[in-house]
Design a protein around this ligand. Structure first.
Ligand SMILES: [Ca+2]
Length: 344
């Protein structure tokens, strides 16, 4: 059944979800970072080049992906036209460009991926010809692939900036327009921890020891124009919180053994979870660029006084902003998504 959600609907739901927002570890961190504000005067040539990767309009955002031939092209385009835009937090974009900070240029990112085989012909074939997807399976259980997952955060293009401000209901529609669907948490976890060669699972996509320098997880929230990030409402967050994502794939070692990038860090990700009581619900997980502020290795003793910290292991199961997928509207400046696809 098609999911119908309008922009007004998503905004209303953000307010409904705001009570939950207040207890999210992601928003309860102390904002101690003191970095220079990003203004045109302070942005040197390198900075300007990195920022040029940030799309300026709905039209530019819509060039980042194509609608699958299997979808109703006209209907999909009509809906996606409503979803994307750069005017505020009620639209999907790459963050408020006035506040955003990206430090790695597209060329630098592409340089880091030189010589890397992102997707083999066999993987592409297993995924029904889909670009930039890899099949996932539990080799230790001799399981054949049942699904494929996007190699990068949406728009699943190497060295493009991921989108944020995407409510789960709309992410599901967007994935459907790609001939895909949102990933289930169990699928995302397996793609993160497992070894296609049948070796032991890892705690993190990149290994068993926490290292916040491997992925885009080592940045504090930056102050913008002298102000700290204030996420008390979507509009406040839009006006004060810097989206500090980097082009997808900028951290070459931030890659699972299946070849999936940025499962730790960059932007947190929307997925789904089957709940015994509520059915299919939205599940938000994966850390974002500011994870250093809330990082906690498994078993590491709690700080005194306790502050909100959390592990970022593949199997970590947070329950942030859980909403029925039929009516899930939580959005914020550090939340994106990636898509999966069942293998027929
Ligand atoms: Ca991520």
């Amino acid at each position: 059944m098609p999911i119908r959600v309008g922009r007004w609907h998503a905004r209303r739901l953000f307010v409904a979800g705001f009570v939950i927002l207040a207890v999210s570890p992601a928003f309860s961190v102390a904002q101690k970072a003191v970095l220079p504000p990003l203004t045109p005067d302070a942005c040197d040539a390198h900075c300007a080049e990195a920022m040029s990767n940030h799309r300026n309009s709905r039209e530019e955002l819509l060039t980042l992906f194509t609608i699958a031939p299997s979808s109703d092209q006209a209907a999909s385009l009509q809906r996606l036209n409503r979803f994307f835009g750069v005017s505020g937090p009620g639209e999907i974009n790459q963050g408020n460009k006035e506040m955003a900070s990206h430090l790695i240029t597209k060329q630098e990112c592409l340089k880091g991926l030189e010589g890397v085989v992102l997707q083999t012909p066999e993987q592409k074939s297993a995924c029904g010809g889909a670009e930039m997807m890899v099949p996932i399976f539990d080799a230790a259980k001799h399981q054949s692939p049942k699904f494929c997952i996007d190699i990068f955060e949406f728009p699943n293009k190497p060295c493009e900036l991921p989108v944020v401000w995407s409510p789960p209901t709309e992410t599901a529609v967007i994935c459907a327009s790609q001939g895909k669907r949102l990933c289930d948490q169990n699928e995302w976890n397996l793609a993160c921890r497992a070894d296609p060669k049948g070796g032991p699972d890892w705690a993190y996509a990149y290994g068993n020891e926490l290292d916040i320098t491997i992925c885009n997880t080592n940045k504090p929230h930056r102050r913008t124009n002298g102000r700290s990030c204030n996420a008390r409402s979507a509009r406040d967050a839009w006006n004060t919180c810097s989206t500090q994502s980097e082009p997808s794939g900028s951290f070459p070692k931030c890659r699972s053994r299946f070849g999936v990038y940025d499962q730790s860090g960059n932007v947190a990700e929307v997925m789904t979870r089957r709940d015994a009581n509520s059915g299919k619900v939205s599940q938000l997980k994966g850390s974002a660029w500011f994870y250093k502020e809330v990082a906690r290795a498994p078993g590491f003793p709690q700080t005194k006084p306790p502050r909100e910290t959390y592990p970022d292991t593949c199997n970590y199961d947070p329950r942030w902003h859980v909403e029925p997928m039929s009516n899930a509207g939580h959005i914020n400046y550090h939340l994106g998504f990636r898509c999966c696809k069942s293998i027929e």
